[in-house]
Design a protein around this ligand. Structure first.
Ligand SMILES: [Zn+2]
Ligand SMILES: [Zn+2]
Length: 472
């Protein structure tokens, strides 16, 4: 008997948390944070309390109430007994927090399986110091006394595409897929009832459609009994212009810009980095990146396939934020940050003021003070190339961003390509793979999957769905 239970990603975009059970084998597929669900109860100032351990998360349904899953210190925090884990492994598809964040709460003895590049991104995030209670994915210190307690490393096993491995009695084959972050993998899980395929987040209009095509082909061959499919944009039927469209959408604006050019995009989107890298080169400009993004380059430049510069490369400039004393003293920065501060390519905003027409600054909303320090001159441009606002807070932030660009007299343009396949592409993918059953997740419109397969399950949270050769 094989069962699937969905604890996140149900009628919402992100927060995937899926339990697959095959006889004695129990596998979690992703264990991410549900941004939408969390925003129902919390915001930047009203947050789940770290001091409460898991209690606020459990109360509001941000994590499921399961036995044999969570860290011992967190169990004690909610008055439960210590317990050994009864999960054989976590399959982590990619490093976006809506898939990875709540691995932070899992018992350290549960091994996490992910791609090599995914692990590097998690290392970069950890060293950049952006970890907190909800992003202690690689390691953590037992609460409540994190000063005295030693660092506990979680067990990670990394894979490359096509290299199969076993978890309990299931054979797993990870297959690379294209998305807005490198190191993203779909999975084929061979269970005693046949293959269960999981798409992760994917697209076919990015720079590497061949990778997604690899998955579709391998999945089709496996004749899956079930396909767990993302459907972020299931209702969007128009074809996507992809990265070429992004380039076309802003290249001439950058060419016509006179002062500063700001490119606001998610730095983990390596395709977007390369798009702006080549636009910058064509306009005799250099990319200037934030200090926090230098950590990302430090780790990912070691993957030759990604073609990223090292953080001390003379091809880029690293811009430190103005913090603490405001004097840009070495002591103003964390020990980890200091490795970049003394490099020859590190330049302050006030130093860049006179050279603003020589750079494309990869900065965004949260670095607006730094951008203002550069005093954008007449003819400066702000290119917004991040995902569209999908909740009220993001809409408010975006309004504020536009007020800033107006205030700084910067021209503004938008150019973006989604990390997710259009509805048309998802439907074509399912028709080719021909699964017996489809479980739509990571979507607000599961009903739009009707007709894509013999059975389409309208998933509900916490319900156990049997998977078998003959659908029941
Ligand atoms: Zn996602
Ligand atoms: Zn994603």
């Amino acid at each position: 008997m094989v069962n699937l239970t969905f604890y996140g990603g149900v009628n919402e975009i992100g927060g995937n948390k899926i339990l697959l059970e095959d006889k004695d084998t129990k596998i979690l597929i992703d264990f991410g944070m549900s941004y939408g669900h969390k925003a129902i109860f919390f915001d930047d100032f009203l947050r789940p309390r770290t001091s409460g351990g898991l209690s606020d998360f459990l109360r509001c349904g941000l994590v499921p109430d399961l036995n044999g899953v969570y860290r011992e210190d967190l169990l004690l925090s909610i008055g439960r007994e210590r317990a050994d884990p009864n999960i054989d492994g976590v399959l982590l598809s990619h490093a976006h927090l809506d898939h990875a964040a709540y691995i932070s709460f899992l018992h350290e003895k549960i091994p996490v399986y992910c791609g090599e590049t995914c692990k590097m991104i998690l290392e970069a995030l950890q060293e950049a110091g952006s970890r907190d209670f909800e992003t202690e994915i690689l390691s953590f210190k037992a609460r409540p006394d994190t000063r005295k307690n030693p660092e506990i490393q979680r067990k990670f096993e990394t894979f490359r595409t096509g290299k199969s491995f076993m978890i309990g009695n299931c054979e797993i084959t990870p297959v690379h897929v294209d998305h807005s972050i490198p190191g993203d993998y779909a999975f084929l899980i061979r269970t005693s009832e046949g293959t269960v395929a999981y798409t992760s987040d994917l697209r076919t209009h990015g720079s590497r459609p061949d990778m997604t095509e690899d998955f579709i082909q391998v999945a089709t061959k496996s004749e899956p009994v079930a396909l767990i499919s993302e459907g972020t944009r299931i209702n969007e039927m128009k074809p996507d212009a992809g990265e070429v469209g992004v380039r076309d959408g802003c290249a001439s604006a950058v060419e016509n810009a006179e002062g500063l050019v700001v490119a606001d995009f998610n730095f983990k989107d390596v395709d977007r980095f390369h798009t702006f890298e080549s636009i910058a080169k064509e306009n005799d400009r250099k990319l200037a990146v934030s200090l926090k993004d230098a950590f990302f380059l430090k780790y990912l430049s070691s993957d030759p396939q990604l073609g990223l510069p090292k953080p001390d490369s003379s091809d880029i400039i690293v811009v430190p934020p103005r913090v603490k004393t405001g004097q840009y003293l070495e002591s103003d920065y964390t020990v980890a940050e200091r490795q970049f501060i003394s490099n020859a390519n590190c330049m302050r905003a006030d130093e860049l003021l006179k050279r603003q027409d020589e750079i494309v600054a990869c900065l965004g909303y949260f670095e607006m003070n730094t951008i203002a320090d550069m005093k954008p001159s007449h003819g400066s441009l702000y290119v917004y190339s991040s995902s569209e606002a999908f909740n009220e807070e993001m809409v408010l932030d975006h309004k504020r961003l536009r007020r800033w660009t107006d205030f700084l007299h910067m021209r503004y343009c938008e150019s973006h390509a989604s990390g997710h396949a259009s509805g048309m592409d998802i439907m074509q993918m399912i028709k080719r793979i021909k699964p017996e059953t489809v479980f739509p997740i990571h979507t607000e419109s599961p009903g739009s999957f009707e007709g894509t397969a013999k059975t389409v399950v309208r998933v509900e949270t916490g319900i156990q769905y049997p998977v078998s050769r003959k659908p029941t």
